[in-house]
Write a protein that binds this ligand. Sequence first.
Ligand code: UDX
Length: 452
Amino acid sequence: MEDKPARRRLVLVPASAQGHISPMMQLAKALHLKGFSITIAQTKFNYFNPSDDFTDFQFITIPESLPESDFENLRPVLFLLKLNKECQASFKDCLGQLLLQQSNEISGVIYDEYMYFAGAVAKEFNLPNVIFSTTNATAFVCRSVFEELNANNVLAPLKDSKGKQDELVPGLHPLRIKDLPTSKIASLDKILELYKNTVDKGTASSVIINTSSCLESSSLSWLQQEGLDIPVYPIGPLHMVASTSTSLFEENKSCIEWLNKQKQDSVIFVSLGSLALIDINEAIETALGLDNSNQHFLWVIRPGSIRGSEWIEHLPEEFSKMVSGRGYVVKWAPQKEVLAHPAVGGFWSHCGWNSTLESIGEGVPMICRPFSADQNVNARYLECVWRIGIQVEGELDRGVVERAVKRLMVEEEGDEMRKRAVSLKEKLRASVRSGGSSHNSLEEFVHFMSTL
Ligand code: UDX
């Protein structure tokens, strides 16, 4: 009997956070459907336990020895810098082992832009490697010019809380200095160090981005023509290309039954992703503002997301009364299903890139309350470029919350945004259908990888 030729195998390295694991697993699924075998190499942090969707995949753990507490204590920027240093040697051992076992099969490594150690290791083995940007093209552009902006003193206002952060960044219209992807909990020097590494293409043969040209054509053109001299493939939104279960937390589906009882476009969905933290006072003001808005709301309060609390135990008694009338609170929701529900008319979000894509993909306009990094960029684009979002800036009090919710859910302004969101949804859907730009990009990428 003739041996079947081995499928070409790709080693995929996700970053250890929900918002990065999901798009990587969606990409893995899409590439598997195109005929590749898949190995997922992950660290122990936020370990993704594969569901039945991934039975054909190989999962390996990169044996780093960072203490579990580092993930919480260092927060993203410092943690990622340390993780990359720590993982380089252990991933080299891992990949070496894989190559010993299946050297003829492995045709390349695809790594999250924040797991750049994998690119360095692939280079040592002369393996083709590809950067996967799980955030958006505009954030990639910002990170690419960050050093130059710093050298030209444009970032100076970020070092001083009284600096003029409302000024536009030269060449990055409509981003203001405060919209740049920075973080209040890391020093500018450390952010510069991290970003320099994430945009260093090293020996990468191409960059794939979880975006669509209908959302970010000028940023993509800049990357293609000026920023990078390797092919750039916008192949997203990947959740529309390969739908699969990627949640790290248990989803409470009872909220769908609650939504079934609500009127069309009557509910505001409130969710701040998997990492953002708020103070108790912000939680209380949000509750009061939602209550005063007279709108129904579905609120995800992730355990540990209110500083100093396990969940909502430190909130005053009135909190339960406030939410029990028009509200419904869960610890984790089936977010994509929620956004697709006809009762949901708006999304109060931290504007992580996945949440942004998922909301646009269902034509749901947003209230934008970014916390850090690319979320600032996404919020600005939602408000000023796609014009389907209202950004809430500065101190959060009940009046601000009530006003924003009414503008989006009750007033004509919100209706206009909803219409624009629906029209953008159609463009996004068309881009992943046969003949669409993201569909074609994925085909080109698969062809490119098959010829390496
Ligand atoms: C992180 C960064 O914060 C974000 O800026 C970056 O763009 C991606 O990585 P995160 O903060 O978790 O991600 O936000 P986001 O990108 O929105 O991803 C959250 C994911 O969790 C989404 O896919 C969302 O559907 C899912 N989710 C969230 C749920 O499934 N249920 C919930 O209740 C909340």
